[in-house]
Design a protein around this ligand. Structure first.
Ligand SMILES: [Zn+2]
Length: 268
């Protein structure tokens, strides 16, 4: 059996056929739209394949952080604390895999539809018996662009969802381990990255965890604000901000401590 023609081959044939005959019938257009759809679906990988690829990548990130102990080391907490939390962390992992798979499948569907729309738009403008002097290579590139950019889009989604996974896992572990506040790290030195102005403005500022014991007991002020009231690290698309969690009162600047805390700290 000869190998199935590629998306590019089908597109080349479709464009040549429409240029030769023009848009003379709906059937001619439909025939090519069907063929292009099949080829584009094959070129962008089946949803099952995409999902298993995403699942592999995110599970790898998860096992580095959680099972591999990176998270415990970085946050300076015992490995068993992380292990104890694993049901909640596993849930977060499943949530991220599902969200990534949904996003990538949706992007893929939209990309294929956009390519077919571009093709139909161009095809129905071809008049029979009159070949317009067009640059065929550019026409094909323009029609194929949404489908061609799929691998790039897919990578972006996976990178973004991995950042969200890490950020949410960090938060879950830190809160369970009685963190009281977090320092915003806007990743300011990251090259070739379009930092959000609002996030750069948060760089180095201390935000309070609403349910942390220190704030609940009235030992600290709100600092620069309550962390849970804002968009969290990595929540907005492609945000690469991170947090360094604080656990003790003496890690906070004096002006964040209340009178009550100062009295408590002053005790021998
Ligand atoms: Zn950010």
């Amino acid at each position: 059996m000869p190998p199935r023609p590629s998306f590019q081959q089908i597109l080349t044939e479709a464009v040549a056929d429409l240029r030769a005959h023009g848009y003379d019938s709906k059937a001619r257009l439909q025939k090519w739209v069907r063929a292009l759809r099949r080829a584009a679906e094959a070129a962008t990988g089946s949803p099952q394949l995409l999902e298993s690829e995403i699942s592999r990548t995110l599970r790898k990130a998860y096992s580095q952080q959680v099972t591999g102990g990176v998270l415990a080391r970085r946050q300076g907490i015992p490995a068993y604390t992380v292990k104890k939390l694993s049901p909640a962390l596993q849930r977060e992992l499943s949530r991220r895999i599902q969200a990534s798979a949904d996003l990538i499948t949706l992007n893929r569907t939209q990309a294929i539809e956009r390519t077919l729309q571009r093709f139909s738009g161009w095809a129905t403008a071809q008049n029979p018996g009159r070949v317009t002097p067009e640059k065929v290579r550019e026409i094909k590139a323009d029609i194929a662009k949404p489908v061609r950019s799929q691998p790039f889009e897919k990578r972006r989604v996976i990178i973004d969802q991995t950042a969200k996974l890490n950020s949410n896992i960090n938060y879950l572990v830190a809160s369970d381990n009685k963190a009281i506040a977090v320092v915003w790290d806007a990743n300011a030195g990251r090259p070739n990255y379009n930092h959000r102005k609002e996030h750069l403005a948060r760089d180095g500022k201390i935000y309070v965890l609403r349910d942390g014991w220190a704030y609940r007991q009235g030992l600290i002020t709100r600092g620069a604000g309550i962390y849970e009231d804002m968009d969290s690290f990595g929540e907005l698309p492609f945000c690469s901000c991170r947090g360094r969690y604080l656990y003790h009162l003496d890690q906070l600047p004096d002006d964040m401590l209340t009178e009550k805390a100062r009295k408590a700290l002053a005790k021998p």
